[in-house]
Design a protein. Structure first.
Length: 336
């Protein structure tokens, strides 16, 4: 029996599609050899919609197309948690929703996860007022995230909180403290190297933030960033102005070092995840190679191919196993 750590490769398929149609997304991913995707923006015939806006007929059509292409949903790429914590004007366009009402959106995300037969929902840690100290809002963020986690837990789902600029959980240290305070079996964190270094942190800082997050990590988003600035001020990030996303083997996050360390965590993490019905440890490509912003990004089919090849080079280098479609998969899909 092999003792080599193994991951499931996935990605945000909308990044690979010029028009975000389901057929484009699935054709690109199937051709790349991927069998899992995270669902975020998609056109099932009624125009491009966020996953949270899909109707029941659209869900049914999408499930049929998944079967045609042999695709499975890794996670619901929801925007849950990308709203203001407090109702104050801070110069941003972020919306505020009273939390009790916001739990209706959490319920919708849980229903979508069941409809697409995934156990994972991606989310975020809420926006503190711009210019404020995020540490002052850890308690409120954790309290609300704990309620989201409990709603997911009651639906036999797991909620992943992604590290990202401008949110309460914008650093590894903040994410680790949020996870400690939430203290719930249905919540994990999601590491993303680009979301750290685009804030001005260097490779050493990125690894330290990964290290403190490590006990809480449930899965990873794979994108990197090469910041050309010599002076890298920390603070509010204009996400729509970010222009320097790169593949995982070329950026400042240091994915080779991070994944070499993470390889030792994979076997135990896989056991914990499978006990919650999750098929394994997922690495989710979200490359943004042709641009990215607050609510998504774009790589094109060519960029997604470049990003996948870069990731597997790193995985091969650090000794992590993975599966891409092969001839046996093609034969099985044809019924041979």
């Amino acid at each position: 029996m092999s003792t080599t750590p193994r991951v499931i490769l996935s990605g945000f398929a909308d990044e690979a599609a010029l028009h975000k149609t389901a057929a484009e997304q699935f054709a690109a991913f199937a051709a790349l050899g991927l069998q899992y995707y995270s669902l975020r923006f998609i056109d099932v015939g009624g125009g491009v919609k966020n996953v949270m806006e899909l109707t029941k007929p659209e869900i049914t059509r999408l499930r049929h197309q998944e079967d045609e292409f042999g695709m499975n949903v890794a996670s619901i790429g929801s925007p849950i948690g990308k709203v203001k914590l407090v109702d104050v004007e801070d110069g941003t366009k972020n919306r505020f929703v009273p939390f009790k009402k916001y739990l209706d959106e959490v319920k919708k995300a849980c229903e979508l996860a069941h409809a697409f037969e995934t156990k994972l929902i991606r989310g975020f840690s809420f926006y503190p007022p711009r210019g404020s100290d995020p540490w002052e809002y850890v308690s409120q963020s954790a309290e609300q995230l704990a309620q989201i986690a409990e709603a997911c837990h009651r639906s036999d789902l797991t909620f992943g909180v992604e590290i990202e600029a401008n949110l309460v959980g914008q650093t590894g240290q903040l994410m680790a403290e949020l996870h400690r305070r939430i203290n719930h079996p249905a919540v994990v964190t999601i590491f993303d190297g680009a979301n750290i270094v685009c804030q001005g942190y260097d490779t050493l800082a990125a690894f330290e933030q990964y290290r403190v997050m490590k006990p809480s990590i449930g899965w990873m988003h794979i994108k990197d960033y090469a910041d050309p600035r010599t002076e890298k001020p920390l603070g509010h990030v204009d996400e729509d102005a970010l222009r320097h996303f790169v593949p995982a083997d070329r950026g400042d996050a240091g994915y080779a070092q991070i994944l070499a360390d993470f390889a030792r965590e994979i076997p135990a993490l896989e056991k914990r995840l499978t006990r919650r019905g999750i098929p394994g440890v997922i690495l989710d490509l979200e490359p943004h190679l042709k641009g990215g912003g607050q609510y998504g990004g774009f790589s094109g089919p060519d960029g997604m191919g470049v990003a996948l090849k870069a990731l597997v080079r790193v995985l091969d280098f650090v000794g992590i196993d993975y599966h891409l479609r092969d001839f046996d998969d093609v034969r099985a899909a044809r019924g041979f």
